[in-house]
Design a binder for this molecule. Sequence first.
Ligand code: ADP
Ligand code: MG
Ligand code: MG
Length: 889
Amino acid sequence: MKNKYVFLFDEGNQQMKTILGGKGANLAEMTRAGLPVPEGFTVSTDACKAYYEFERQLTADILQQMKEALHQLEMRSGKKLGDQSNPLLVSVRSGSVYSMPGMMDTVLNLGLNDETVEGLAQLTNDKRFAYDCYRRFLQMFGDVVLGIPHYLYDNALLEIKREAGVTSDPELTFEHWMRVITAYKNITIKETGEGFPQNPFDQLELAVKAVFDSWNNQRAKVYRKAHQIPEHLGTAVNIQLMVFGNMGNDSGTGVAFTRNPSTGENTLYGEYLINAQGEDVVAGIRTPEPIERLQEQMPEVYHQFQNICQQLENHYLDMQDIEFTVEKGTLYILQTRNGKRTAKAAVKIAVDMVQEGLITRDEAIMRIDPNSLDQILHRGLDQNAHMNIIAKGLPASPGAATGKVVFDANLAQRLAHQGESVILVRPETTPDDIHGIIASAGILTSRGGMTSHAAVVARGMGKSCICGCEEIKIDLQAKQFKVHSYTIHEGDIITIDGGTGRVILGEAALVDPEFTDEFKTLLLWAEDIKEIHVRANADNPQDAKISRGFGAEGIGLCRTEHMFMDSTRIPIVQEMILAESTPERLKALERLLPIQQNDFYGIFKEMQDLPVTIRLLDPPLHEFLPSVEDLLVKVTLLRERKENPSDLLQLEELLRKVQTLHEFNPMLGHRGCRLGIIYPEIYSMQVEAILRAVIQLKREGIQCFPEIMIPLVGHVKELSIMKRVVHQTAQRLMEEEKEHVEYTVGTMIEVPRAALTADEIALEADFFSFGTNDLTQTTFGYSRDDAEGKFLSYYVDSQILDHNPFEILDQSGVGKLVKMGAELGRKTKPNLKLGICGEHGGEKSSIRFCYETGLDYVSCSPYRIPIARLAAAQAVLQSGRAKTETSQL
Ligand code: ADP
Ligand code: MG
Ligand code: MG
């Protein structure tokens, strides 16, 4: 059988997304449901693949099937492509499997040429309208299909406006449009060496090819990369009968969401323009009217539209983003898709829809991308702080952002790569700015509405964005904008609040986010479903408190070295390191002891009743000392001055010590339990501090569950020696204090040998915690700092690696060691407690892996805890081991 490449809208349905693309599948589905969709057909993604296989040619099969479909369209509409008296006009619209807003351009009014434009004029009895359509088509086709820079058209139009002495398009007469058209045609000849293609089928063929080509344009590639959309999917092309929103004041075009995409509130939300065509609304050239006003202007159309919105939402069981056009009082639906939304809206809509009986709890849980919760968890503006508000625009995407003003996407990207926070300020954004948008902390535009390019893209990325801020007057040449009496130059700092639309001069105070009832409800549902525990990586009482607030079920990793780094303690720590003898070292440790005890006291108190895993000192000692270079400079200076011989002596001594501690490979050097083996008194002091804090709290009536963790064990003997140190210290202390305390001793599994010999190590361990950061470094043999700075991004770009393994657990390599470690460990000790404490503990795919591997808990940074809780629930649902009762409402 021949491949089917072309499908009429009534031959397809919602399930055929991979073949028809999202837009095509939904147009087909709506056609089936009897909605007023202009007729058309879809050239499939298979045709796109065939196009690339045949050296970017449409095969005879594809062309033949297009002709047949076109013939059907002609029969049904009574119009004919290229017919002088009754021309068929179509739009050519790209549509890939995943919606890629603004990525691939649409051509409207295709089929117009010097003859059919006359037919259109006669049919509509409106010459001006017909020639307006024609000039739009010449420009769109020239820009999108022929690749002619659009500013050439803009300049030509401006020139004619200037000659005519007018400023806006509606003031131009039919004669003016004729001149614009001549100018546009000349541009085509000049730029391509050929006249504008007059044959409508040639136009169609060129347009379809251009859509296929656009799958591989730069901005499409960037978008796909940013959203992890596979390269091989290809795009489909939709060819659809034109309807006209620009036929007078009883016509118009607009976009609406069935619920508010910023807040999730269940009210129709959108914008429209009277007497306008297609892209006018989204392009942000004219600022549109809010949809409510349509109720006054066209009550019947509004009513009908409301019903259709309801119908579509009930059908797709999700919030819809709908494009519509009204032609002389008749409503047409041109597109529907699941609407993009902020995380806050996503949570509210999902929870509301459960309460409305539309979806189940499980579905609600599965609908929220855990990563998107970052948006909710991020900080906003402190409303009480003093702020110098200099302008207000549309609140297009919530969240606050502070950064340097930048007027150009390339510069934004460059500065961001240097670690600067930037706010991209543009009159409007286009898909060409996408890399700048990705790099910026926030976006501010002076034109365009809530559905403009900048708004849609920023919401999708969870970035702060203000649109249509018309008060600010941007001068791109001078690299500045003016608002009232202020002039803001490139590089000046502003703050934007995308939730309210306020633009603030300078930096503004930020506050912790507030959690909506819906968010709490969702997390409670997740709690019911999830099986793996979620703990926090927290090193101090504040983080412990935040973690508890987010629902942490314990601390999975408390790093003690951060306590050492504190500026008041570092001199004592250095004394301890520089000590020449054990008694000397003990003296310094004695001074550190009460300080550490106090740290642990604070943490245990916050976490009362919950387990706290404390890792004993891990980093190489020289990290606490000044660098060789600094010391060399100082020593040299002192030698030259010859003033303070005793200071010089001291410094030289320090330098010598630092030099002896120098390591060629600190990551693989004298660190972790290797320190504890050589200097057991350090670990002993830490254990004493931990247990003294526990005793202190016990006497206050608070129970603690300390888990003492030995880092970097690679051989069971390392652990047994360290465990003896812990027990001896504990024994001595309990006798001294006449108190009994419970504690456990375990180890991190973070070097391959530990995973390989986990059965032996488990003999000495009460628990394992997989330290997947170091385990990734040691398994790959990458030092993270070197890898990420040098070759890792190349590895990911060129698909040597699917992901950065420090962000997403490498399941087939590092994960295999985790699995092996878990299995071998439990073979020795069936009730061995297992957890993971690398950064992967807060990443959804890694969490699923941990759950499926049978770990007891994951541990992640405080702000990722809600993300981890949701991901943990999703892991259960995805693994199909969901308890059946949870799927009932
Ligand atoms: P995008 O994916 O960028 O939204 P679309 O193909 O949806 O691109 O179209 C761009 C604009 O053109 C939209 O406003 C859409 O409603 C309008 N449009 C597309 N096809 C037609 C048509 N057949 N008649 C009238 N307007 C159309
Ligand atoms: Mg669209
Ligand atoms: Mg480690």
